[in-house]
Write a protein that binds this ligand. Structure first.
Ligand code: 87F
Length: 510
C-alpha cells in the first residue's frame, strides 16, 4: 500500500520520515545522522540554488571553493567563536594506518578557513566590497536526535562571506540577503517566514548581530530558524587582521588602517524539510509548482479490456502529445504511460510525490475535447478545454502557488498570539502557538522564561536529546509596526515586570 499510512496529526515524526521515504526524496544511510538526497529532493535544492545563485551574482558576489579541512590551530583561532560549538567538530586523526601528526577538523562552517586568505587578498579599500560565496557541505557532529533535512550531521548549504569598508555598507547587505532568503521561502517554497533580529543570547556569538527568518511548523506549534544573515562587525577582521588603508586619511599621515566590516550568511537544505512539514498532508508531499521537477502528470484513463483497439492506442497517444505540448510551453509535464498499473495506482503514486496537477484523459474527455484537471493541494477537479490547455494549466499552476502560500500564511498568523500577562504564556505554547510579547530584552529574563515555560511535569525524566519544551526567544520582528505601540516606561514585560522595549517572538522551536 503506497499511501503514507501514518497520520500527520497523530505521529508527526513518523509521518515525516515516512513521507520522505515513500515519495522517494531520500534514503537512509549507514552513518547515523546522514541521509542520501535522491533526485526528487535534490531537484528542489537545485531550484533553490539556481534562483539564489542568480540573485547574489547580480549583487556582485562570486562563487569560490575552499578546502574541506581546517587545522586545529586555525579553527581555534578565537576561543569564544568556537568554544560553544567545539563538541560538534568532527576531526580526521588517521590516514590508512598512519596517525596524523596534528588532527585536522572537517569544516563546520568556513570563517576560519577563509579569513586568513581574506587578510592576504584584501589590501586596499578598492578591493571592497569583497564578496565570496561557497556552495558546499559542512559537518556538525550533533548528538541531538537527527531529523532529515532539519538536523543532519552533514548538510548542503551556501555560505556567503563578505567584507565592507563601513558598518553601514555591511548592514545594508545583511538585510538584502535576508530578504532574498525570505523570497526563497515565500516565493519558491510558498512558506511564510518572519524576518527579524536575534537576541544577544540567541545570536551567533562570534558576530555583532544576527538577522534571521523564522518559520513555523503548525503541526507541532514550533518555530524554526529558516535562514541567518549575520553582521560580524570587526570581530573576525581584528582576529585575522583584515585591514585596508583609510581612504579618507590625508597623504603622509601615519597610515591609518581600517579593520573591514564583515558579514556571513547561510541557507541550507533545511529549506526542504520546512517545505515538506508545512505543506505535506496524509496523502504525502504537496510540492509548490515553483520547485516541482514535475508540475503536471498526465494519466490515461478508462482503458479497459472492453476498450476498442483504436482507443487503447489513441488515449496514451493523446496523453503523450499533451505532455509534449505543455513541455514546449515550458511547463514540466510527464505522461505516465506505464503498462500494468491502474489509473488509481498512478493517482496514488503521484499524490504521494506531491505533483501539483494531475490531468486525466479518458474516452469521454476525448469526445468533449477536454482533459480533467485535479489539484494536489485542494483536490479540486475541473475540466480544461484542450484548445486552451497550455494557458489554463499555466494559470492553474500560478493559482496553486499563490493559494499554498496564502493558506500557510493565514495559518501562521492565526498561531501568533499577543501576550500581555504571564499566565497566558505557557497555555499559548501548549496550544501550539507562538507568543509575541513586549519584552525587556534582559538576558536573565530570557533564561527565566525558558526555565518557567519548559518545566517538565513533576518527576518527568528529561532527555536532553529530546526537542526542548522551554520557549526560546525567536526574533525581534523587523516590522514592529504590526503590533500595538510600546509606551516607554509604561508597557511592562509580562515575564518580569521591567519596562518593555520591543516586541519579541517567543516559542518552542527546533
Ligand atoms: O551561520 C552562519 C552562516 C554561514 C556562515 N557561518 C555562520 C555562523 C556559523 C556559526 N557556527 C555554527 N556552528 C559551528 C559548529 C562548530 C564550529 C563553529 C560553528 C559556528 O561558527
Amino acid at each position: 500500500q503506497i499511501a503514507v499510512g501514518i497520520q500527520k496529526e497523530l505521529d508527526f515524526p513518523g509521518w515525516y520520515t515516512n513521507v520522505l521515504i515513500k515519495s522517494d526524496m531520500l534514503d537512509y544511510y549507514s552513518v547515523s545522522g546522514c541521509y542520501i538526497l535522491k533526485p526528487w529532493s535534490y531537484s528542489i535544492w537545485e531550484a533553490i540554488q539556481a534562483w539564489f545563485d542568480a540573485k547574489i551574482k547580480e549583487m556582485g558576489v562570486e562563487n569560490a571553493y575552499f578546502p574541506l579541512f581546517v587545522s586545529a590551530k586555525v579553527l581555534e583561532k578565537e576561543k569564544d567563536h568556537v568554544e560553544g560549538f567545539a563538541p560538534e567538530v568532527a576531526w580526521v586523526t588517521r590516514a590508512g594506518n598512519t596517525d596524523l601528526e596534528e588532527p585536522i577538523a572537517i569544516r563546520p562552517t568556513s570563517e576560519t578557513v577563509m579569513y586568513p586568505y581574506y587578510a592576504k587578498w584584501i589590501q586596499s579599500h578598492r578591493d571592497l566590497p569583497f564578496r565570496l560565496n561557497q556552495w558546499n557541505s559542512v559537518v556538525r557532529w550533533e548528538f541531538k536526535n537527527p531529523q532529515p533535512f532539519l538536523r543532519t550531521r552533514e548538510f548542503l548549504w551556501q555560505e556567503g562571506h563578505t567584507a565592507h569598508l563601513t558598518k553601514e555598507g555591511a548592514g545594508e547587505e545583511v538585510l538584502q540577503i535576508l530578504d532574498l532568503y525570505r523570497r526563497v521561502y515565500e516565493e519558491l517554497l510558498a512558506v511564510p517566514v518572519i524576518p527579524g533580529i536575534k537576541s544577544e543570547k540567541e545570536k551567533f556569538a562570534g558576530g555583532l548581530y544576527t538577522t534571521t527568518i523564522e518559520g513555523f511548523i503548525p503541526t507541532t506549534g514550533r518555530g524554526i530558524q529558516a535562514g541567518t544573515s549575520h553582521c560580524l562587525g570587526q570581530n573576525f577582521s581584528k582576529m585575522f587582521n583584515i585591514v585596508v588603508e583609510d581612504p579618507n586619511a590625508g597623504t603622509g599621515e601615519s597610515s591609518s588602517k581600517i579593520f573591514v566590516w564583515q558579514n556571513s550568511w547561510g541557507l541550507s537544505t533545511r529549506t526542504i524539510g520546512v517545505m515538506v512539514m508545512v505543506h505535506g498532508d496524509n496523502k504525502g508531499l504537496v510540492l509548490p509548482p515553483r520547485v516541482a521537477s514535475i508540475q503536471v502528470v498526465i494519466v490515461p484513463c478508462g482503458v479497459t479490456a472492453k476498450t476498442s483497439d483504436e482507443l487503447r492506442k489513441r488515449i496514451p497517444d493523446e496523453c503523450d502529445a499533451l505532455a509534449k505540448k505543455l513541455k514546449k510551453a515550458g511547463i514540466k509535464a510527464r505522461a505516465d504511460l506505464r503498462e500494468g498499473y491502474t489509473p488509481g495506482y498512478k493517482f496514488n503514486d503521484w499524490e504521494l510525490k506531491g505533483v501539483p496537477i494531475r490531468l486525466e484523459i479518458g474516452p469521454a474527455d476525448l469526445d468533449k475535447e477536454q482533459t480533467l484537471s485535479v489539484r494536489r493541494d485542494t483536490g479540486e477537479k475541473a475540466p480544461i478545454k484542450m484548445a486552451n490547455v497550455v494557458e489554463d494549466v499555466g494559470k492553474l499552476l500560478e493559482t496553486i502557488q499563490t493559494d499554498m502560500f496564502q493558506k500557510a500564511k493565514a495559518t501562521y498568523e492565526s498561531r501568533i498570539k499577543i501576550v500581555y500577562d504571564w499566565k497566558d504564556f505557557v497555555p499559548t505554547l501548549d496550544n501550539k502557538c507562538v507568543v509575541i510579547m513586549p519584552w525587556c530584552e534582559v538576558e536573565a529574563c530570557e533564561d527565566d522564561i525558558k526555565e518557567r515555560s519548559g518545566k517538565p511535569a513533576l518527576g518527568e525524566q528529561v532527555d536532553e536529546r529530546a526537542p526542548s519544551a522551554g520557549a526560546k526567544s525567536l526574533a525581534f520582528p523587523l516590522d514592529q509596526s504590526k503590533y500595538p505601540k510600546i509606551e516607554a516606561g509604561k508597557t511592562k514585560c509580562p515575564a518580569c515586570g521591567r519596562d518593555a522595549k520591543r516586541w519579541m517572538l517567543f516559542g518552542r522551536s527546533y
